[in-house]
Ligand binder design. Structure first.
Ligand SMILES: CC(C)(COP(=O)(O)OP(=O)(O)OC[C@H]1O[C@@H](n2cnc3c(N)ncnc32)[C@H](O)[C@@H]1OP(=O)(O)O)[C@@H](O)C(=O)NCCC(=O)NCCS
Length: 185
């Protein structure tokens, strides 16, 4: 996919699928993320090596769709749509009475560059992604690891797009409540 998006303040960005050659700019993006952002978004190691030797190396075989929002020079947003089995999500949702099939109900995780958060970029990106997914077999998007209860920006983003809060769970490592949210299409 390749979509031009205009931020509310008029700047043009492109939302597109990640490709092998993106390892450099993706690694720079990961390494630029602040501790605050890392504390809310930690799906995998966020460094250059991981971008190059794991993500971009396995791009065609890892069963994950990844999308980036880019300016002419840098990555400012990153979306993961992962079709692999997530046993923790599977059992939590099962406890809510929902049986996930990750081929149809992939897990979803977004991250926007610190300098661009709260400016409408994730909203524009998610809107374009959901339209792109119209032609796909995707039945729902399941938030990877839920979202931290105090992360109001994320929760508001998800609510705005129709994600529903399904349940809550506590994690020891950050001593926080997390909210499971899912968007059924
Ligand atoms: C969460 C995140 C992906 C949202 O992306 P974003 O581009 O900053 O979000 P948007 O600017 O599109 O805002 C989405 C909605 O959040 C709400 N919002 C915006 N700023 C807010 C703020 N400071 N506090 C609370 N809610 C806010 C608004 O409802 C907004 O929609 P609206 O402007 O149409 O009303 C991004 O901030 C981010 O990467 N944060 C750090 C990592 C993270 O939390 N990832 C998600 C883990 S679950």
């Amino acid at each position: 996919m390749h979509v031009l998006i205009h931020s509310p303040n008029g700047y043009p960005f492109t939302l597109r699928s990640l490709v092998k050659n993106d390892s450099g700019i993706l690694g720079e993006f990961f390494e630029s993320l602040s501790p605050q952002t890392r504390s809310k978004f930690g799906p995998h190691p966020l460094d250059r090596e991981y971008a190059k030797y794991v993500i971009c190396k396995n791009i065609d075989v890892d069963n994950v769709s990844r999308f980036i929002i880019v300016t002419e020079t840098q990555v400012v947003g990153y979306f993961i749509v992962d079709f692999n089995e997530y046993p923790n999500e599977g059992s939590r949702y099962s406890s809510y009475g929902i049986e996930l099939d990750f081929a149809l109900d992939p897990v979803f995780a977004p991250c926007i560059h610190d300098n661009y958060q709260g400016q409408g970029l994730a909203s524009l990106g998610l809107d374009a992604l959901l339209r792109y997914f119209d032609k796909s077999k995707i039945r729902s998007l399941v938030l990877m690891g839920g979202t931290q209860e105090p992360n109001l920006l994320a929760r508001n983003l998800y609510k705005k797009f129709g994600f529903v809060e399904i349940g809550e769970f506590y994690t020891d490592y950050n001593r926080l409540n997390n909210v499971d949210m899912r968007l059924v299409r």
